[in-house]
Design a protein around this ligand. Structure first.
Ligand code: DC
Length: 221
């Protein structure tokens, strides 16, 4: 009998550092990695490309079904997923239970049957520890002050040559936080058994080391 896959669930608000942590953990522990935000972003891009409104539930459902029928590792590497406007579109399509249900088994299948013969998977998102993988043995909730997160996002955008001001980024982040946390289905919140890491004043290495110590304490790794 083979061991059950090791699942590490990471949730948190935008730009808190959960993606960086998830990627590094997957790398260090030789686990598969799924950025579940990219699925919602891909749905957002399909809706925007069709000239439709991401807040239109029927348009979002159609896009989610299209994504599900054609998804490949390449789909999730599309640079348009990282566009500034895509984050807001993703947050809008993600409000609908209908859309979330379509994307749910893609995520659970990945966790239960990690690709490439990996012994487990790291998934990051908003509802991994609460809804997608509630039995994950290790859960992290990665957060940071809204100012620290806006500052990181602002610098990222500046590096890409974007013209947004810090104030505009902060305001958009407030709106996205509110939408992700206050929606009625699968809102962003820490699972009861999640280990909370506030990254406001920590380097990526410090966050990684804290997480590795916790994983060691909770598993046989
Ligand atoms: O992690 P991200 O910023 O790429 O996510 C984009 C949006 O997708 C986020 O604002 C809310 C939504 N999302 C979600 O509702 N559930 C997830 N598991 C992941 C992302």
């Amino acid at each position: 009998m083979t061991d059950a896959p090791l699942i590490i669930a990471i949730d948190g608000p935008a730009a808190a550092g959960k993606g960086t942590l998830a990627r590094e953990l997957a790398d260090r522990l030789d686990l598969a990695f799924l950025d579940t935000g990219a699925l919602y972003r891909a749905v957002g891009v399909l809706v925007l490309d069709a000239g439709q409104d991401p807040a239109d539930e029927q348009a979002a459902i159609k896009a989610a079904e299209t994504l599900k029928s054609k998804i490949s590792p390449e789909t999730l590497k599309n640079p348009a997923l990282r566009d500034h406007k895509t984050g807001a579109a993703a947050s809008k399509v993600a409000q609908y239970d209908s859309v979330r249900r379509i994307l749910r088994d893609l995520q659970t299948d990945f966790a239960i049957n990690p690709p490439d013969g990996k012994g487990g998977a790291v998934l990051d998102g908003r509802d991994i520890g609460t809804v997608i993988c509630p039995n994950a043995p290790v859960k992290f909730y990665v957060t940071a002050s809204i100012e620290a997160r806006a500052d990181r996002r602002f610098k990222e955008l500046q590096n890409k040559g974007g013209a947004a001001t810090y104030e505009a980024v902060l305001e958009e982040m407030r709106i996205r936080d509110a939408r992700d946390s206050e929606r009625s289905v699968s809102p962003l919140r820490p699972a009861d058994d999640a280990y909370v890491i506030d990254t406001s004043d920590l380097s990526a290495d410090q966050v990684l080391n804290m997480a590795l110590a916790k994983i060691k304490a909770r598993t046989s790794l």
